[in-house]
Design a protein around this ligand. Sequence first.
Ligand SMILES: Cc1cc2nc3c(=O)[nH]c(=O)nc-3n(C[C@H](O)[C@H](O)[C@H](O)COP(=O)(O)OP(=O)(O)OC[C@H]3O[C@@H](n4cnc5c(N)ncnc54)[C@H](O)[C@@H]3O)c2cc1C
Length: 451
Amino acid sequence: MRTAVVLFTRDLRIHDNPALALACEEYDSVVPLFVRDPAFTRPPLGGSSARSQFLDEALVGLDEGLRRLGGALHVAVGPVAAAVAGVAAELGGADVVCARDVSPYASRREAELANERRLRLVDSHFAVAAGAVAPAGGTHYQVFSAYHRAWERTTIRPLASTPEQIRLPQAFVPRPPVAAPASGTIVGGEDEGIRRVRAFLRDGLSAYGASGHDDLSIDGTSLLSPYIRFGCVSVPALIARAREQGGDAFVRQLCWREFYAQLLWANPHSVDTDLRPRGDIWEDNPDSYAAWKAGMTGYPLVDAGMRQLLAEGWMHNRARLVTASFLVKHLGIDWREGARHFFDHLLDGDLAQNIGNWQWVAGTGVDTRPNRMFNPSAQLKKLDPNGTYVHRYVPELSHIPGNQLLNPGLLAPDYPAPIVIHEDAVAAFRARRRLEPPASRPSGDAEEHGD
Ligand SMILES: Cc1cc2nc3c(=O)[nH]c(=O)nc-3n(C[C@H](O)[C@H](O)[C@H](O)COP(=O)(O)OP(=O)(O)OC[C@H]3O[C@@H](n4cnc5c(N)ncnc54)[C@H](O)[C@@H]3O)c2cc1C
């Protein structure tokens, strides 16, 4: 009688789950396991309570899905390798099947598990596994456009079949996840993820490529990131469907995710170390940092984004770019401080994506224009000309027409004055980076993320 423990990590789904499919095909009985590792309550992995709520909901959904197939989810607590060893020993010895992952934590987990028993790692989280495409003579890509070209030519991982039945070992009594009380509007889980994928492919994908994904006034992006973060939806399946519908711009964004994943995989130190140091000496300015976190900088777009993060545990990508750039380049505050705050609040908080994007914005990562600054006023004019996004999150400004938001001044006595003057911030940044004085366009305004 051969038994496998399927260690679920962030592949919390039944459809297209290669670990579950392999175990159900090749073993007589299967124990689906999730381990609550205390490492996820501490930095650098711990964080957002909204994210743990989403996880709880996804685990309950996974358990329900497994039960529909005759199985159930067993939840154990403790350092992951010890917890898995405990379950496997209880079963009289079992193989472990698990999805390979890219973070330093995942590498340690894989090494520790392999020490204990037979570990079978499968590719699951990405359409193209980290390291599967690499430039000649290298282990990974450092420039997105080159990665994107190679990635587009690569065959994506074939989809795994959904098991017809899951056979738990006789006499094994699983400990189910604790039922999560209903949360806000973004409910975790595979059923909800699939529903959202269908709705986006039907109603959102066709407008996404035009400028739908840059327009802050509408929900023009998929809002799928928390579901992708926890594997409630299958990325290869999503890519295949989007390609059928001509959704290249959307697929390109999913490619960014894979690009940053292979970057962290190849550079584990980048979690807290500059990939490309620029000799930055960071400002220690608790008041500015606090104003940024609270959405009280006096720049309407920055404040709307930061308040959206606090209110919803999510922020539009364009707002993430502008708020992050403002912290690092206007205020001169270390990107690690910003990454920590984002990670503390984001529902989709994911080490590789958060770090990769923060380093990109800071110019210490893979941006080919490391000294670009996003001008928050120009961005407001471009991305939210009627002020719809700002009005939604900054109520003190809700009575001010979009074309006057750049300078609300006396119209909004409750709203703070700018904590830094844009032109001074540009000059200070350029001096810190020892750059030539700016030419005619001092702000070096934004381009598409990933040009
Ligand atoms: C400073 C900063 C921090 C970020 N931190 C995270 C994070 O912790 N987790 C996270 O998932 N994304 C992060 N992003 C990337 C991006 O903002 C979000 O993935 C996106 O806003 C999610 O919304 P959506 O699902 O509607 O995206 P869509 O526009 O619908 O895109 C579809 C999917 O593509 C992927 N994607 C889109 N843009 C990016 C990008 N720039 N980098 C990597 N993947 C991308 C996501 O998986 C997303 O769900 C960060 C961006 C910035 C600038």
